[in-house]
Design a protein. Sequence first.
Length: 469
Amino acid sequence: MSDLSSALAGHEIDVIVIGAGAVGAVVAAVLRDKGARVLVLDAGGPPDSADSPKVAPPDAAWRHRCEPPEARWLREIAVGGRTLVWGGWCVRACEQNVTDARLAETPWQVPLSALDPYYARVERMLGVVGNRDGLGVVPDGVFADSVTLHPRLVGLGASLDLPIIAGRLARVTGRPWRAMDALHGVEVVPRTTALRVLVQRGQVVGVECHRGAGERVVVRARRVVLAASAVESARLLRASGCGHDEPLRIVGSLVASHLVLVPGRIADVPGVSYSAFVPRFTNIEGGAARPYVGGFSLEVVGPSPASVLGDDAGPMLGVSTEMLADSTIFQVHALGTMLPSWERTVRFDDADRDPLGRPVPVLRLASSDNDRSIGEDMNAACLAVAGALGPDATTIPFVQPDGLVLGSEVLLGRDDDRDFDPEGRHRRVAGLHVADGRLAPLVGDRHPTLTMLACAVRAADAVVADLAQ
């Protein structure tokens, strides 16, 4: 990590990347490997370590509002972003995802096959492990190593009569890949908030930033890549005169999460995977037709000792400490398609500004009939998994698929409003690129990170090509 003055000393900058999460790190790594001089700015501080990161909660400068108030926007304001808390899930999209997006009237801008080489590059970069399972609904990738699934999870698939495969996971020395793993040799300046991109005569010339103690500085460069999350990048575009005043649709994934406590303890099995993936099994050819657009997949993690939940988990979950101590833990997550809707939007409130003078993002989240229908199946599937894990299992739901929880987000404007080309170049401002959720397509029934990163590598290649000119 560098401070801004040392990062700028003695050299010019070719590209400024705003955001040091997964997307920013991958873009910076591609540019670094092609010889570009890259500077990464991130508003958050560095985590204390990559192996077991802890970050301070966001300060008052990171205000936002959700409507209704019980809705939640999940994010990490720190170098590393959401990779500090993810499990490393890396699942390719399939043709059914492309069909879902078309039915949702948000078609992919490129064919799925066009992303194949970018998926492969990201899988190599992240060290993804997994098996070639030959399931069309979960396309095989390029894996650093094969894995053996825990026998308890293999038995789970047999008892449910569902295909169950080892999770495809990004791994570095046995832990989930973090954004910091890609940033070696790249100047990263933490606690530096980009306020606006500076543009003169249709050309990027730099970024105005806020540092501590009210200091504002300008960093000069003729290319800027936005990777600060779809919402933050949209706010930056608006502050730079390149964005929107009207609301933008916001899309994520429906999530149902259940904690399953199985009485007794299960012995540790060395050298196996404790993460399983149940591929999408609704609304596909040969499956049962259901009254909604989209589908969902399941992630099952376990068996784990109760200690993974922390010392004070019992009171939070409403179970006794004794019961928890004598239980084996499984986590069951369902990820389902959330359709774009003008009932689910983000806008920026000019009448409510944060301490840096920025309009506060207002996220309006809502449940649709489609959400409720698919959510019923998601919860039913999680409960079926719990029942198969043991007749005496206790199931504790902690996230409901009601459309009111937003994790990784994608933003969509009006159909006739395409600010960026499919490779992330702004159509009116030379040198301005986007690589985050503003560029990624709709992938609702599985973890979206791998697809988002494949699009980011494609965008980074476009920056490299433009630099060569």
